[in-house]
Write a protein that binds this ligand. Structure first.
Ligand code: LLP
Length: 470
């Protein structure tokens, strides 16, 4: 073992020493991350402390190159490893907004949406880019375990594919479809495949005790019912087993289970042509996370479907995959300004930042771990171990427990890595904090795509009860 004196002094630089992977999800930092001559972190050719000066903090900084590269790796790997047709769709729950939709659509990906709001956002973004509603809807798949009748009406009006989750939804669709019998509603069926995987229990979905999808024992009844409905055009089957998964086996097993049900569905006369294998590939948040690359994941998932189809001498269906986290998670960092410090002698040193659980609810919700760096002093040696706290009135509002950092002072810029997925989309206004701004960075240019909320935005929906105004 090295003595303390001869142990190499660590600093933010150590994130750059190991050779980065070409697969975005296997890195801690976006692909374009560098340390510049000012010893500052640079993403997409932009100096992070300068971005904070220009746009304020907290600030989500999204690297366009990393996002595009992840889209291309998914798309190209399916073309390479799946001899049939394929379509990658972005699980927009990871981050749904115009800017992200526009970039993802320009890479030829489609969209998974889970609410009327996500559908509206996606359609609106694509319309602004000059797409017709029909072209946009052809690439949108609408999920959800309790879609309202209004949401179903909206989805039907656009013509997107509805991924049906349960009996009530089927019955509602049949009623709504009766209004226009000459135009059957394009649907898929979501199954619960009964596959276990090792991830946080809140983000597991494929095991039998799940609120999503039809159970295997319901399927034959569902197939019979659907095959008798002229107003429904059932084009495929779907399953999703969970999120932040590092193992390949569950996805391989899923291919086999889905193809088996697909074959059975065909015997009921259903016009099945599409097989949606869900998303779920994990990303590296800390050094101990070891996800497969995008290419390895696609290869395993695609080959399992090919093998199962060959065994049954079945024509290859169009394969659809709907990743979220592994497309956008690594592409973004959040920059904060450090403020107060509290030393609890012999126990802990807290440093507080100007955001917290409202812009990143994942640590308090799932005990998620993150890595941090001091963006304005990347080579300053680590000298202390601190706990990074948010500014909310809640003791659990801790972003990172016990992390090494250089000595910091108020005004330093701290970045949290891998915040592209499920951060902005799960953000809140707790304690009436305005949601932060977000910028795309690319080639030395920064473009705002989400404005920082103002106090006026925070009170936009407020109204005084008329009784009090008398
Ligand atoms: N498809 C379906 C039907 C899903 O429910 C999800 C995620 C995905 C695709 C995309 O999964 P991904 O590739 O991103 O793993 N808020 C949690 C994650 C919830 C995931 C919900 N469903 C978190 O912050 O970890």
């Amino acid at each position: 073992m090295l003595s303390t004196e001869s142990r190499p002094q660590l600093s933010g630089k150590h994130y750059f020493t190991s050779s980065p992977s070409t697969s975005p999800n296997q890195n801690l930092l976006p692909l374009t991350a560098k340390i510049n001559e000012k010893d500052a972190l640079e993403i997409g050719g932009c100096d992070v402390p300068q971005l904070v000066e220009q746009f304020g903090s907290p600030l989500y900084i999204l690297d366009e190159v990393t996002l595009r590269e992840a889209c291309r790796q998914y798309r190209d790997s399916f073309r390479k490893y799946y001899p049939g047709e394929s379509q990658v769709i972005y699980a927009s729950k990871a981050w749904s907004c115009f800017g992200v939709c526009a970039v993802v659509a320009s890479e030829d990906l489609g969209f998974d949406v889970v609410s009327g709001g996500e559908l509206f956002t996606t359609l609106n973004a694509l319309e602004q880019m000059g797409w017709s509603i029909a072209d946009a809807a052809a690439k949108i798949y609408f999920h959800g375990n309790n879609k309202s009748v209004q949401e179903l009406e909206y989805a039907i009006a656009t013509g997107c594919t509805i991924i049906v989750d349960n009996w009530l939804e089927l019955q509602n669709l049949v009623k709504l479809g009766a209004n226009s019998p000459d135009k059957p509603i394009r649907i898929m069926l979501r199954l619960t495949p009964g596959i276990e995987c090792h991830t946080h229990e809140y983000i597991r979905t494929g095991h039998l005790d799940s609120k999503f999808g039809f159970d295997p024992h319901q399927l034959e009844g569902v197939f019979t019912y659907v095959s008798q409905q002229p107003s429904l055009n059932c084009v495929g089957l779907h399953a999703h087993i969970g999120s932040q998964i590092f193992e390949r086996q569950p996805h391989q097993d899923l291919g086999g289970v889905l193809v088996e049900w697909f074959e059975k569905g065909l015997t009921y006369g259903l016009p099945l042509t599409e097989l949606n294998i869900g998303g779920g590939l994990g990303i590296r948040y800390t050094e101990s996370d070891d996800p497969p690359s995008i290419k390895e994941w696609v290869k395993a998932a695609a080959q399992s479907v090919v093998k199962a189809c060959e065994a049954r001498q079945m024509a290859l269906p169009k394969i659809i995959a709907e990743p979220g986290r592994s497309l956008i998670g690594t592409a973004c960092i959040t920059a904060y300004t450090i403020g107060s410090r509290k030393v609890v002698p012999e126990i802990r040193t807290y440093i507080a930042v100007d955001g917290g659980m409202s812009d990143n609810p994942r640590p308090i919700t799932y005990q998620s771990q993150y890595r941090v760096a001091l963006a304005n002093k990347m080579s300053a040696p680590y000298q202390e171990t601190v706990t990074v706290a948010g500014k909310h009135c809640e003791s659990g509002d801790i972003l990172i427990k016990e992390t090494p950092l250089p000595e910091t002072e108020a005004g330093d810029i701290l970045v949290v890595m891998d915040t592209g997925a499920y951060n902005y989309s799960m953000a809140s206004n707790y304690n009436r904090l305005p949601r932060p701004a977000a910028v795309f960075v690319n080639n030395g240019e920064a473009n705002l795509f989400l404005q920082r909320e103002t106090y006026v935005d925070l009170t936009r929906q407020d109204c005084l009860p008329t009784r009090l105004l008398k």
